[in-house]
Design a protein around this ligand. Sequence first.
Ligand SMILES: [Mg+2]
Ligand SMILES: [Zn+2]
Length: 219
Amino acid sequence: MKKPILFCDFDGTITNSDNIVAIMKQFAPPEWETLKDDVLAQRLTVQEGVGKMFSLLPSRLKEEITDFILQTARIRDGFREFVAFTKQHGIPLYVVSGGIDFFVYPLLDGLIEKEFIFCNGSDFSGETIQIVWPYSCNEHCHNGCGCCKPSLLRKLSKPDAFNIVIGDSITDLAAAKLADHVIARDFLLEKCNELSISHTPFTTFFDVIDVLEKMEVRV
Ligand SMILES: [Mg+2]
Ligand SMILES: [Zn+2]
């Protein structure tokens, strides 16, 4: 029997909303909206767009931005119970995130061990914030993902694995196409329907626990 491995998105999946958007709305000059539109219209890759957006922000705002996110971001209902469930059943849970280390790590502190978190990095040593990309696309992907979820899925999966992707947006789609099953909300849910990708919808992580309990992939 195949063993489940979970690949879970962060922004808009583990958290209720997107933290990069929240940061830009609060701190960036209006140009960020043009960059966002360019990414959505695929005139810029996610990597280019996110890099340029953060370069609009002065490094001296580091503490203010971090405090803002820690005070405003909300973890989706049932996440703590879901993490406990995966531990109880010995199911590996990787967080694969296009978010940035300075808010992803603190928000997951006490929930997920650092070695199971894959996200982008940051450098505050210059005038403006620079994003660092430890997990950019490999030879199989040319999307300019920034944090390349399909590359990470290929790297972290096992030959006997039943790969499950949990996510919400366009940035999860390439990994979703490689998955054996997808647990989806929002835009990713629409895409899974449209492309007939095997999936189940979710709203809270209690729903995700339900899905895993009903699947015949429990260990
Ligand atoms: Mg997301
Ligand atoms: Zn990629």
